[in-house]
Design a protein around this ligand. Structure first.
Ligand code: TXA
Ligand code: MG
Length: 361
C-alpha cells in the first residue's frame, strides 16, 4: 500500500527559515513521517534515517523499488561516526573542499543505519547539503535524514515545491517550500569504498574540481554506455528522469543540429505528432520559425541545469509526443546535464557531422 498522508505545504524564507516551521518539520521527522525539503540541488523526500519503518515510507510514497538505495543527509561532520565505519582519510579532504555542497560520498555503513536505506548493501551514501532550510531541519531533527529526490520514481527530479505536490500530494506529510532550487540537478555521487574512487553519478560538483583534490578518481562510464544497465549504483538504470514524451538528443555542430531539428520537426508533424524543442538560447533562437512547442533552456551550463527538469515537466504538460534537444559540451556541469539528458532519452542519441562531440567511452 502506498503511504498516504494529509499533505501540508508551507512557504518559508530560504535564507533565514522560520524557527517554528522548522521545529514543526523536525517533529514530523521524529514521529516517523515524511518531509519534503529544499536542498541546493533538488527537493528531497526526507525521513528519519535511523528508523527503518520511516525509511520504508519513502519507498512506498515514491513507488521506488527497494533495490535503489537512498542518501543520508547530515549537517555536521561529527554525525559521520554514527552512520559510517572505517572512514578513509580522503573524506576529510573532500568534506573540507565540498561540504556543505552537492557531493555524496559512498562509505561503509554503520550498523545503526537500517538495511533498507542501503538496499541491503554494506555501504551508505552520505551528504551534507548546502541549503539553510535543509541544514536547519537536520539540526532540529537531531537525527540524520534519509532522502531521495522528491519525485515519483523515474520522473524528473523535483526542483520546486509544485513539482513535489504534482508527484506526491497525499503521500507526504509536509512540504517546506522555499522556492526553486539553485543547481537543479542532483549531487555528484562518489564511491570511496573501492580501491580506486569511482564517480557513480556526475552532478553538482564538477569532475574537474574533484580531480583537483583526488587525482586518481575514475568515472564509471556506464551512464554513457548505452547497452549496459548493470552495475553498483542501481539509480544508474537507463530509464530515469523521463518525461512522458520520447526524448531525442542530437549531438553535432550547431549548423548540423539546426538543420536536423528542422528536418525532424517537419517529419514528426507529418505523422501528426506534437513536437517539443528544448534548446540552449542560441539554438532556440535559430529554431524560432518551427511549428513546435519551443522551450529556451538558457545560456550557461548553470542556467541550463537550473532549468532542465522544470522544462521537461513543462513540455510534458503541453502534451508533446517527442522532445528534440541538443547534447551539451561535456565539462563542468555539462557532464551532469549530458547524463540526465541521456537517461531521459533512454539512450536515444543521434550523432551528426561533428565527431568531436562523440563521447569516446
Ligand atoms: O542532490 C541529491 O543527491 C538529492 C538531494 C535530495 O540530496 N538526492 C538524490 O537522491 O538525488 P536519489 O535517491 O534520487 O539519488 C541517489 C543516488 C542514486 O543513483 C542511488 O543509486 C545512489 O545515489 N546511491 C545511494 N546510496 C548508494 C550506495 N550505498 N551505493 C551506491 N549508490 C548509492
Ligand atoms: Mg532521484
Amino acid at each position: 500500500m502506498r503511504y498516504t498522508a494529509q499533505t501540508q505545504r508551507v512557504k518559508l524564507d530560504g535564507t533565514t527559515p522560520d524557527a517554528a516551521l522548522i521545529a514543526q518539520a523536525a517533529q514530523v521527522i521524529r514521529r516517523g513521517g515524511l518531509v519534503a525539503f529544499p536542498t541546493e540541488t533538488v527537493y528531497g523526500l526526507g525521513a528519519n534515517a535511523l528508523d527503518a519503518a520511516a525509511v520504508e515510507r519513502i519507498f512506498s510514497a515514491k513507488n521506488r523499488p527497494a533495490s535503489d538505495p537512498v542518501i543520508v543527509h547530515i549537517h555536521e561532520l561529527g554525525q559521520l561516526a554514527e552512520i559510517t565505519v572505517a572512514v578513509p582519510p580522503a573524506v576529510q579532504t573532500l568534506a573540507a573542499a565540498f561540504w556543505p555542497g552537492p557531493l555524496t560520498l559512498v562509505l561503509q555503513r554503520h550498523a545503526s543505519i537500517p538495511a533498507n536505506v542501503a538496499a541491503g548493501g554494506a555501504t551508505v551514501a552520505v551528504r551534507m547539503p548546502q541549503h539553510p532550510v535543509a541544514l536547519a531541519l537536520l539540526k532540529a531533527a537531531q537525527v540524520p535524514i534519509a532522502a531521495p529526490s522528491a519525485n515519483l520514481f523515474s520522473r524528473p527530479s523535483a526542483t520546486s515545491a509544485q513539482h513535489v505536490l504534482d508527484d506526491l500530494d497525499g503521500h507526504v506529510d509536509l512540504i517546506l517550500d522555499a522556492g526553486p532550487t539553485r543547481i537543479g540537478v542532483e549531487s555528484t555521487v562518489l564511491d570511496l569504498t573501492s580501491a580506486v574512487p569511482q564517480v557513480l553519478r556526475p552532478g553538482g560538483v564538477a569532475l574537474e574540481d574533484l580531480r583537483n583534490h583526488l587525482p586518481n578518481i575514475e568515472v564509471q562510464a556506464r551512464y554513457l554506455t548505452l547497452n549496459d544497465t548493470a552495475g553498483t549504483s542501481p539509480g544508474m538504470l537507463i530509464k530515469h528522469y523521463s518525461p512522458r514524451a520520447q526524448v531525442i538528443v542530437l549531438s553535432g555542430s550547431k549548423d548540423a543540429m539546426v538543420q536536423e531539428i528542422h528536418a525532424r520537426t517537419m517529419a514528426h508533424i507529418a505523422q501528426n505528432e506534437k513536437v517539443g524543442i528544448m534548446l540552449p538560447a542560441e539554438l532556440y533562437t535559430r529554431c524560432a520559425d518551427l511549428p513546435a512547442e519551443r522551450i529556451n533552456l538558457g545560456d550557461s551550463a548553470d542556467e541550463i541545469s537550473h532549468n532542465l527538469f522544470q522544462r521537461m515537466r513543462e513540455l510534458d504538460a503541453l502534451g508533446v509526443d517527442v522532445i528534440l534537444t541538443s547534447a551539451p559540451e561535456q565539462h563542468g556541469l555539462g557532464t551532469a546535464i549530458w547524463d540526465r539528458l541521456l537517461r531521459a532519452a533512454e539512450g536515444h542519441i543521434v550523432y551528426l557531422d561533428d565527431t568531436d562531440m562523440k563521447h569516446k567511452g
